[in-house]
Design a protein around this ligand. Structure first.
Ligand SMILES: [Zn+2]
Length: 170
C-alpha cells in the first residue's frame, strides 16, 4: 500500500523531464485526491475503504474532468497564487500556462495510475471493475508480491526526489 504522497511523487519525473508538457499540479492533485474517498468512507463508518472512486471507470471518465476543471480554476483564475505555489515548490518552468489538453491528460494519467497501483496492492479494493462487477476479495491483489509494485513506486519516487533536488538547486 503505497503511502498517498508517493502516488504523486512517483509521477513527477514526467514533469521534471518534460516541464512544458506535464502539469505538476494536475499530476499531483489527480494522483492523490482519489484517497479523499478513503477518509470519507471512514468518517461515514463504512466497513470498507475503497468504493466507486477506486474504479477504473470513474478514474478514466468523470474524475479527470473534475480535476481538470479544478486545476484550470486554480491556474487561470488565481494566477498569482498559482505562481506563488509553483515558486514555493521549486516547480520551475511550470509557471507557464499548460494547455487544457495537457492538464486533462495529466489528470487522466494521475487518476488511472492511482487505481493501477492500488489494484495490485490493496486486498480490499473491490470496486476496480465497477459498475460491471464488485468483486470481494479484490482479484487483482498480488498478495506478498504486492511489494514489487510498491518497490517500483518507491524507486520512481526516489528518482523524482533527486530530479526535484537538482532542479531546486539550479
Ligand atoms: Zn487509493
Amino acid at each position: 500500500m503505497a503511502p498517498n504522497p508517493l502516488h504523486a511523487l512517483a509521477l513527477l519525473p514526467l514533469y521534471f523531464k518534460r516541464p512544458m508538457a506535464a502539469d505538476p499540479l494536475a499530476l499531483s492533485i489527480s494522483s492523490t485526491f482519489v484517497d479523499i474517498e478513503v477518509a470519507w468512507l471512514y468518517i461515514a463508518g463504512a466497513p470498507f475503504s475503497h468504493g466507486y472512486w477506486h474504479s477504473l471507470s470513474v478514474a478514466a471518465t468523470l474524475y479527470p474532468v473534475l480535476v481538470t476543471a479544478l486545476v484550470i480554476v486554480i491556474e487561470r483564475r488565481c494566477p498569482q497564487q498559482a505562481a506563488w505555489l509553483f515558486r514555493a515548490l521549486r516547480w520551475r518552468g511550470g509557471e507557464q500556462r499548460h494547455t487544457t489538453k495537457s492538464i486533462y491528460l495529466c489528470a487522466l494519467l494521475g487518476g488511472v495510475s492511482h487505481i493501477f497501483i492500488d489494484m495490485w496492492t490493496h486486498p480490499e479494493s473491490c470496486y476496480i471493475l465497477w459498475p460491471f462487477a464488485v468483486t470481494s476479495p479484490n482479484p487483482f491483489y498480488l498478495g506478498q508480491w504486492a511489494f514489487a509494485v510498491e518497490f517500483a513506486v518507491l524507486l520512481s519516487s526516489i528518482y523524482a526526489a533527486l530530479l526535484w533536488y537538482k532542479a531546486a538547486r539550479e
